[in-house]
Design a protein around this ligand. Structure first.
Ligand code: NAD
Length: 391
């Protein structure tokens, strides 16, 4: 089996699907590893490191011709899709719930598509494959560094000959994987940290990281299925926004990470909340998306300073901004998926396997993953309210 690593070509994408350290593991399992020249250079993995680890460096043309399995970070772009051929497999974070047409096209081409974002995350044996978590961890960490960079004061309490600086007050809204990493990172930088989530189980997680959990009296518990949150009703949302505004006003820095599977990110920081913040405050919206984010008016990849002097940073693909660590973690995730699906040195699709039933999106000309197939049914509009998680 020839396993090939492509050079990512989405704008700003610096990650690579496989790090050199993972190459020997695949070689040991019987794979021949091909790496497109320059694939890892943006993540500081030179071609020579791959070659030393046992991979063969190839041109893009050779790669697409020879590969049995192609490893990617994000979905193949419009140039790459036509180059794939029947019988080939592509494994990556394909986000087919946001872009079901990609699944339809790959199925039509006879390509087997495997997407790490379809993984059943609550299975403990799937944890080494959980790229949504590994990348959310990186993103939560980077969000805090971005906030610290934009903030005009210190995060820690500093006592110097020139006076004492009080520590920054930082609130994390949404305490899932990214939020908890943000809390941990902000604590290590010395900020006074609090956290909030609609899932009651998050209270213990927040407190175990040394932060204060904010409990709202106006919104009841909103745990959904599979450890995720459910969407709030209109009334709950309004009550949450109003009560949160009081807490937000007291913060120097707010980091928002709230997501609900299959929905646009919930709006947590309203115009009124923004107006009540002091000049110099900073918000990083990790939920920023084309559909709107957790913060009113936030725009992905843009920094906006409100009339009241609040800096609102719309985050975009934060894992790509920590490319070496994010790639190393992703490399372990994707190789675990590949090895899970490998029998006697070849890719063996088995849709009766619980993990494969989640991650295999297309096979033998059909869209086989149910969630994606449902979006392609004629009655469906393609899932306009669907968002991508951690990608
Ligand atoms: P996510 O990215 O879907 O959402 C981030 C956070 O936003 C969640 O904690 C969610 O509760 C919160 N949120 C949603 N709506 C909100 C609102 N209106 N107000 C405030 N907060 C809101 O979540 P995630 O980080 O992918 O993780 C979600 C859950 O899955 C967590 O419980 C996590 O521990 C769990 N998880 C479990 C495993 C496992 O069992 N192996 C692996 C990964 C994640």
């Amino acid at each position: 089996m020839k396993v090939a690593v492509v050079k990512e070509n989405a704008p700003g994408e610096r990650r690579v699907a496989l790090a050199p350290e993972t190459v020997p593991k695949l070689v040991k399992a019987g794979a021949e590893v091909l790496v497109e020249n320059g694939a890892g250079e943006e993540a500081w993995f030179p071609d020579s490191a791959y070659a030393q680890a046992g991979a063969v460096i190839v041109s893009p043309a050779e790669l697409y011709t020879a590969a049995d399995v192609i490893l990617t970070v994000t979905r193949p772009g419009p140039d790459a899709v036509p180059r794939l051929r029947a019988g080939q497999a592509v494994i990556g974070m394909l986000s087919t719930l946001i872009n079901p047409e990609l699944a339809r096209d790959l199925a039509a081409q006879g390509v087997t598509a495997v997407s790490l974002d379809g993984l059943p995350r609550t299975l403990s044996r799937a944890q080494p494959m959980d790229a949504l978590s590994s990348q959310a961890n990186v993103a939560g960490y980077k969000a805090v560094l971005i906030a610290a960079n934009a903030y005009g004061r210190f995060f820690p309490l500093l006592m110097t000959a020139a006076g004492t600086a009080r520590p920054a007050k930082l609130l994390v809204l949404g305490a899932g994987v990214a939020g908890l990493q943000a809390i941990g990172t902000a604590r290590r930088l010395g900020a006074v940290v609090s956290g909030y989530d609609v899932r009651p189980a998050a209270a213990g997680d927040v407190e175990s990281m040394g932060a204060t959990f904010i409990e709202l009296t106006s919104v009841g518990p909103a745990a959904g299925e599979g450890g995720y949150a459910r969407a709030l009703t209109e009334e709950e949302r309004a009550a949450q926004q109003a009560e949160l505004a009081g807490h937000i006003a007291r913060q120097d820095v707010v980091i928002t990470t709230a997501q609900v599977p299959g929905r646009r990110p919930p709006l947590l920081v309203t115009e009124d909340a923004l107006k009540a913040m002091a000049p110099g405050s900073v918000i990083v919206d990790m939920g920023a998306s084309a559909l709107g984010g957790n913060v009113i008016g936030s725009v992905p990849r843009e920094t906006i300073v409100t009339a009241g002097g609040v800096t609102v940073i719309g985050a975009d693909n934060l894992p790509a901004a920590v490319p070496t660590a994010a790639s190393a973690a992703y490399s372990r995730n994707i190789s675990a998926v590949l090895l899970h699906m490998t029998r006697d040195g070849t890719l063996a699709v088995d849709l009766d396997d619980e993990i494969q039933a989640g991650v295999v999106i297309t096979h033998e000309g059909k869209v086989v993953q149910q969630a994606t197939a449902r979006l392609l049914e004629p009655a469906n509009d393609g899932g306009a309210d669907v968002h991508g998680t951690g990608n």
